[in-house]
Design a protein around this ligand. Sequence first.
Ligand code: MLT
Length: 315
Amino acid sequence: MYKILMTYNNVEGMDALFSNKDFKVEVHNKPNPEEFKKLIKYYDGLLVRSEVKVTADVISVAERLKFIGRAGTGIDNVDIFAAGQKGVVVSNVPDGNTISVAEHVIGLMLSLSRNIPEAYESLKSKKWERKTFLGTEISGKILGLIGLGRIGTEVAKRMLAFDMKIIAYDPFINKKSVKISGVELKTINEIYSQSDYISIHSPLNNDTLGMINANSIKKMKDGVRIINCARGAIINEKDLSNAINSGKVKGAALDVFLKEPPEDWTIIETNNVVVTPHLAASTKEAQIKIAHEMVEIIVNFFTKGLIKNAVSVTN
Ligand code: MLT
């Protein structure tokens, strides 16, 4: 019997794992680092979402661990190097939330352009302020995508229908591998200098950490709007807040933050910043798609020795 530690409590879509007699699944929702280190030694498999950090420290005491399933896309919360060195396979489910995230990006972009959250607040407090919330059309504007993978591509498809001009920067993609027509590949500096809206769709890594900062913002068009549903640490929050306060950046729509929940609320309290608490992938459809695929991956791994979506494998 394989013992699996699940560190989130949304078990919807996981029935095939819970009812499988080869597995015993135990749920400990978001253990703190000390609890996590005590627990992990008893398990063969681990399932995590983005809230729980699987550090080298945790992996070092995971005596039986063979498999980490990341129920989602981003793997920045798992030390895949430490896992790989210990022979622990890490698999993610990169496709299940693509559409949900793309739709959330568009929701944020429209909210930002039309001041929907502020107008909502105002009307709910019984004020009728039609003049205060003058918006802007997105039709005819240039959308610069940083990252043209699954989510970036789905955003592009939909925003072409809104008559936006789409440009994209992706260091891993060339003209031939672009999966959509109507998107022009550009350098990162061209994205900065030409875009009216910039939306981030890159993973967090050494190249993207803090890439939106005072220096890169200087290269952007005056009045640019920035959307981030990728990872908070890609943006230097203080620099963005200063740029919005100075008027260089018109506004931002953020679903992700440097620390979640935030410790420093500066960017959230900045005017013209629309925020949601890391909700882009939180739809019923995405969670069920991810759960089904994760169950298939973990069952096949332990019972058939099959590896799928591995982001770290050694030995
Ligand atoms: C992801 O990386 O899949 C999303 O950010 C959602 C999450 O797991 O929290």
